[in-house]
Design a protein around this ligand. Structure first.
Ligand code: NAI
Length: 332
């Protein structure tokens, strides 16, 4: 029987890359059926809600969501729907693997860094207060519960996947109580995993280290905001945002999405790179126990990248999304 999943088509390049990814999943023989919903700013204009009740009801039922990027207005307007979904379903672990492709020429080879980003608190609680006309306070929340589960997940993942090192990224020199507690918890938990090297680094230093000597890192674990920023940096190490997938895991629900946004600057031009969403779909297949299909798709992508004939413009090629997709399907 086909496994039913929920799909949210978002804004900007979202619909283009979603169609393309679903075609590739079908071509690869993924035994999936889809409940598909338009969500985001365009849907809001049409039907008055960013995400309809039906769309939420589908995710409630299937518990697996493939989601494409959604636009969030800058400096005003509604709260990020991405943050809302992560909180509504307690998707506390945002896992973002940055792995080099042997086929792509980048400054460094053999990057294999997984960011474990806490996904439910920190400055993302969105609590801001106007104190007076010239002063705004923003609230950063770090709790023992949320810190413990993301840090433990990072160590458990390391052990299960034969990884050697987990590094805690923080700013505990300045934020002595909040990041200080995150670091203390990291040190407590690391003592339970003597087989895994545990190190810590201040967030500004890790940015410099990542652009100078990235292969020293294996798994990084950090609070929400640093995870957002540092993982975009790791995408740059492997060839850009068009390549970096993610999963957002909770106890009961799982959401899979590209790390990048809706890319309004290239939306509708047919040149977006669908790989980040496609690799997110591969993480979804693995979550569903369909590892063989995921491997098949990854191998087809690698073959197309190695051939170098059908690369999208972000990878210095001139292929359209459609041409790239067709090449992947042919390679399958
Ligand atoms: P962005 O990630 O959309 O774009 C940054 C740059 O990367 C742009 O030059 C874009 O063309 C390029 N890019 C991104 N994805 C690409 C792809 N697949 N192929 C080729 N090039 C790609 O970030 P930006 O412009 O800061 O944000 C645009 C909107 O997306 C904002 O409203 C933001 O809030 C939202 N956003 C949504 C996310 C989500 O739904 N999870 C995550 C990040 C941003």
């Amino acid at each position: 029987m086909k496994k039913l999943i929920t799909v949210f088509k978002g804004d900007g390049i979202g619909p283009e890359i979603t169609d393309c990814v679903l075609e590739i999943l079908d071509a690869a023989g993924a035994d999936l059926a889809y409940e598909m919903f338009n969500v985001g700013a365009a849907e809001m204009e049409k039907n008055g809600a960013l995400v309809s009740d039906d769309a939420y009801a589908s995710f409630d039922k299937t518990k697996v969501l493939l989601k494409s990027p959604i636009t969030t207005p800058v400096g005003k307007g509604f709260r990020s729907i991405n943050v809302t979904i992560r909180n509504k379903y307690d998707l506390y672990a945002n896992i973002r693997p940055a792995k080099s492709s042997a086929a792509l020429k980048t400054r460094f080879e053999n990057i294999d860094i997984i960011t474990f980003r806490e996904n439910t608190e920190d400055l993302y609680v969105g609590v801001e207060e106007q104190i007076d006309a010239d002063t705004v306070h923003a609230t950063k929340i770090i709790t023992r519960k949320a810190s413990t589960r993301i840090i433990r997940d990072a160590f458990e993942y390391a052990r299960a996947h034969g990884r050697k090192k987990v590094t805690c990224v923080h700013k505990a020199n300045i934020l002595k109580m909040s990041d200080g507690m995150f670091l203390d918890i990291f040190r407590e938990i690391s003592a339970e995993y003597p087989d895994i090297t545990a190190t810590d680094v201040i967030v500004d230093n890790v940015c410099m280290q990542l652009v100078m000597n990235p292969t020293q890192y294996d798994i990084l674990v950090m609070p929400n905001l640093y995870g957002d920023i540092v993982s975009d940096l790791t995408s740059g190490l492997i060839g850009g945002l068009g390549l970096l997938p993610s999963c957002n895991l909770g106890t009961d629900y799982a959401m899979f999405e590209a790390v990048h946004g809706s890319a309004p600057d290239i939306a509708g031009k047919g040149i977006a790179n669908p790989t980040a969403l496609l690799f997110s779909a591969c993480m979804m297949l693995e979550h569903l126990g369909m590892d063989d299909i995921a491997s098949k798709i990854r191998a087809a992508v690698e073959a197309v990248l190695a051939e170098g004939k059908y690369l999208t413009p972000d990878l210095k090629g001139s292929a359209t999304t459609e041409e790239y997709k067709n090449a992947i399907i042919a390679a399958l």
